[in-house]
Each structure stands twice: as structure tokens, then as C-alpha cells.
Ligand binder design. Sequence first.
Ligand SMILES: [Zn+2]
Length: 122
Amino acid sequence: MKVFVYALLTLSVLAAGWLGWQVFGPSRAAATPTVERCVEITFICTETGALSRGPRVETPALNPALGRATLVQALYCPKCQKWVPMPPAAVLERMPLGPVCLEHRTALLETAPAGSPGEVLR
Ligand SMILES: [Zn+2]
């Protein structure tokens, strides 16, 4: 019986701690970046070439700066050391191993490796 009471006490302390964390812990907005880092991808504007980051959405996505759907996913070529637009679906079909750089035939990355010039936009 003593064990049961102890377990109950531990549980309520844990529950109180969890509640406290929910109410007084860091706000959701502050807690999300670590999660968002995995979900966020890089976009490139097909009109201006401007890069931006955002949650993964269907493309072409609306570019708020232009008011038009010009954003496509940007992929990083470690050899070009630059971001390139995701190849069109018809081209992707001929890339069974995933998108590759049309120039170098190297695999394109969703995030630039640490220390690379494109890392600012990881
Ligand atoms: Zn390349």
C-alpha cells in the first residue's frame, strides 16, 4: 500500500510539473524553432532568384513580396556552392535517385552543409 501511495504522489508531482511547464514554460513560439528547422525548407523565387525560408508547402508557393506564386523549393549543390530551383517534375522523373545538379550530376541537398557558403540559409 505504501508503494501505491508513493507512486500516486510521484504521479501527481509529475502531473503538476507538466502542467506548470505547459502554463509557465517557454511559450510555443519560442519552443518551435528546433522543430521548425527540420520542417522548414529553402525557397527560391523563379522571378527574382531571391532565397527565403519557410515551412514545406506545395509549390509554386505565393511570394508575399510579389503577390504571385513564384516560389519553388531551392536545393543546394555542394559543387556549385549555390542554391538551384527544384528541377521540374518531368526532369525529376528521369532522376530515380533523387534530384541532381544538371551541371555536376551531384545529389542536391535540402540543407547546405555546415561551413558552406550557403549555410546562412540552412
Ligand atoms: Zn552543381
